[in-house]
Design a protein around this ligand. Structure first.
Ligand code: AMP
Ligand code: ZN
Length: 137
């Protein structure tokens, strides 16, 4: 098994685990962006969100919801930024789905999700809306 997050889930390599459930494991990021930076991963290996089977997706998001409050409280944070790099083109470095939960404080110097995009929008909302509705079916 070469996937590093599969190996953490199976307990084959060490990690600072904060929650272990049958279908989901949560552990501290080894290079934290802030104190309390947690990664939440499904047991089943899937590279991207859209590769997850529905039960794995349900379990993953339930655990993210369950941990968001305790992570914030444990660190005395004011909020959390929760995000997923979904696919290599987005900068995802570990190809096993993982949700980042990063505690935030006022004036911590970090930006919002909006600050990672240069807003290179070329199409109208109506055009994009109908394209996505067609794809959703
Ligand atoms: P991403 O860029 O979204 O793929 O994030 C991958 C994250 O995994 C990075 O923040 C890494 O610091 C973290 N990471 C990589 N290897 C480990 C590991 N063995 N234990 C904990 N976190 C890890
Ligand atoms: Zn994996």
């Amino acid at each position: 098994m070469s996937c590093i997050f599969c190996r953490i889930v199976e307990g084959e390599i060490p990690a600072e685990v904060v929650a272990r459930e049958p279908e989901v494991t949560a552990f501290l990021d080894v290079q934290p962006l802030a104190d309390g930076h947690v990664l939440v991963v499904p047991r089943a290996h899937a590279a991207c969100i859209e590769d997850l089977e529905p039960p794995a997706a349900d379990a993953l998001f339930r655990t993210v919801v369950r941990l968001a409050g305790p992570v914030r409280e444990a660190l005395g944070a004011a909020g959390t930024t929760i995000g997923v790099n979904n696919g290599e083109a987005t900068g995802q470095t570990v190809p096993h789905v993982h949700v980042h939960i990063v505690p935030r404080w006022p004036d911590d110097g970090a930006g919002t999700i909006h600050t990672i995009f240069p807003r290179t929008v070329k199409r109208s909302l109506a055009d994009v809306g109908s394209a996505i509705r067609r794809a959703v079916g």
